[in-house]
Design a protein around this ligand. Structure first.
Ligand SMILES: O=c1[nH]c(=O)c2[nH]c(=O)[nH]c2[nH]1
Length: 302
């Protein structure tokens, strides 16, 4: 005998680019390019266990819904659109109990021409994306909303140390007070479900600018501390970054960082009689360190 323990289904990689035109000057525009994944949860067990398709809202319908709703509603910021889709699917279909939605947003930014940001020309700012993850359960009213920055690649050529670590018979790493530090930032922040308790709260906070402000705060705090701190380690620096975001955004409950330590290693040129090489490094693509932490508020129960 077997039993279905958990299930969800829907459409992944539903991609669109939406243009927003300024009503007073339609040539002044903004764009949002997104990749949406929307999975439904609910009373679908018989579709797995009895081959009964009558309950299935086809994934094709899920895709059509995402696109039609993207046309008909405001998709800025992506947290608002995730909340809107959650509301739509859980109210339109009585047997849909919940959703798992993720949206990835590309970084298209206007660039200056003749000293002024051009009205409708954009530059793609590399692999960095903003993402949001929403889960909602209609029965329990549980709502979880997290957003993140992914693949913000940074490097500092000095101002990073690593010494005082555990030394044993397997240790070959030498302590250093001056090294290159480089990483692809993954930083995510979980909104406090006590403050963002309902899908309607998401729309209210979107109107108030919370989601764009939090993204800016998280990005600025990451870049600022990365530059300004004489880093003792990836661990210590990421903890300080997370603490700064928590201090600046009361609506955030926890902050998570996942940082690869992308090693740059000095070439050994001693074979050429060069003993003072401190300038020429090779990027070691693998293996890399990988350091993660989640930081919350003191005395807060997770
Ligand atoms: O900042 C660092 N943290 C580590 O845990 C570690 N381990 C290592 O080999 N180098 C580094 N650097």
């Amino acid at each position: 005998m077997s039993t279905l323990i958990n299930s969800s289904y829907g459409k992944a990689n539903v991609k669109f680019l939406k243009v927003k035109k300024d009503p007073s000057n339609p040539k002044v525009q903004d764009v949002l390019e997104a990749n949406v994944q929307c999975l439904l949860k609910g009373n679908f067990d018989v579709s797995y266990t009895e081959a009964d398709n009558s309950v299935i809202v086809p994934t094709d319908t899920v895709k059509n819904t995402i696109l039609v709703e993207a046309k008909n509603t405001d998709v800025w910021p992506i947290e608002r659109f995730a909340g809107h889709l959650a509301k739509h699917f859980t109210s339109k279909y009585s047997h849909v109990d919940g959703v798992e939605i993720s949206i990835v947003q590309q970084r298209w930014n206007k660039y200056p021409v003749n000293g002024k940001l051009h009205d409708h020309s954009f530059v793609h700012e590399g692999p960095e994306t903003k993402q949001t993850f929403l889960t909602y359960n209609k029965k329990t009213q549980e709502l979880s909303l997290k957003s993140c920055i992914k693949d913000l690649t940074v490097l500092k050529s000095t101002g990073s140390m690593f010494y005082g670590f555990n030394v044993c018979d397997y240790t070959i790493l030498k302590p250093t007070t001056d090294r290159i530090l480089s990483t692809d930032v993954f930083a995510s922040w979980e909104f406090d479900p006590k403050k963002l308790a309902t899908l309607e709260d998401i729309a209210t906070y979107a109107d108030a600018g919370l989601f764009e402000d939090t993204l800016k705060t998280a990005r600025d705090a990451t870049l600022e501390l990365f530059a300004l701190e004489n880093s003792a380690s990836v661990q210590a620096t990421m903890y300080n970054m997370a603490g700064k975001i928590l201090a600046l955004v009361p609506e955030v409950k926890t902050v998570t960082y996942e940082l690869p330590n992308k090693h740059y290693i000095l070439f050994n040129l001693e074979w050429k009689g060069i003993k003072d090489n401190t300038e020429l490094f090779y990027p070691a693509s693998d293996p890399n360190g990988l350091i993660k932490c989640t930081v919350g508020r003191t005395n807060a129960k997770l």
